[in-house]
Design a protein around this ligand. Sequence first.
Ligand code: MG
Length: 354
Amino acid sequence: MKITRIEVWPVTMRLLEPYRIAYEVIESATNVFLRIETDEGIGGIGCAAPDEQITGETPDDVLSALGDVVEPAVLGADPLRSACLLEMLRPQLKQRPSAMAALDMALHDLLGHKSGLPVWKLLGGYRDSIMTSITIGILPEQETLEQALGWVQQGFRSLKLKGGVDVESDIARLMRVREAVGPDIELRFDANQGFTLEQAVRFVEGTRDAGVELFEQPTPKADPAVLASVTRQVHLPVMADESLMTLRDAFHLAKDELADMVNVKLMKVGGIAEALHINSVARAAGLEVMVGCMDESCLGIAAGLHFALARPNVQYADLDSHLALEGDPCAGAVRIVDGILYPNDAPGFGVTLD
Ligand code: MG
């Protein structure tokens, strides 16, 4: 089998509602899609969701990485040798993790189409569904409550609140949400690096009665020692998100006991192949794993889901960005029922594009 054609195109999707996190307000998302075609008429599709703050890429960076680096390198190559192709391109795409993820995804999708199997089964098929949290950005208290109750009414059992700008108002908001949704809904909190050590400890003390499930990236990634101090000092599981970009980061987080959990996002780490390596490090170190997402199309969500379904120790999912997007060309690649995510049973990632 030979790769005969590569197609790369950007899609900008509006968010149904803009949302605010500790360091920015987000109103739309541009994903870059990649389609691989072969001489056997079988193809594969992937997408990149670049984010300058997190992956360090703009959509233009990804377009040139896929067009100028990936395309000439893979034309004529055998797409079933994905390890060979990804390893060959790894040095050149070191600073382009979401472009790497798009290629990795397209190769996995193609393998699925070739074998007639969904990717989660090709990778081992450990479970067939997983609960996802739904994220609520930084909003005034009343709006936060309305959103929280709205999601619970739609069947979601796990909410992730964003914060990290003002610790006292974060505590107040979280306590009000707990009061409103009752004890049976899981509450996660993500400070997106916004707290100091003292504020992080204060947040945990102030929300002790709310039974928060996990505390994501409390402090800046630039200072791993502070993250480690939070992890040692608080009773809640502390999760590294921005602090985990590479396999090497996973090793350091584990070796230096910087966190209790890690948030693996395919766009940060460069796709499923690398996520599987990171997952093995986490498993060896006893770090719990959540699969998360950037502002990505349902195709990216499907890829994250298929990874999570295949691995026993990926027990948490935060795969909700597709619910906020308008005009997603891959809508329908996953199903969501009462906050539980299911893949569709089609081969690959279950996406058909005209
Ligand atoms: Mg996060």
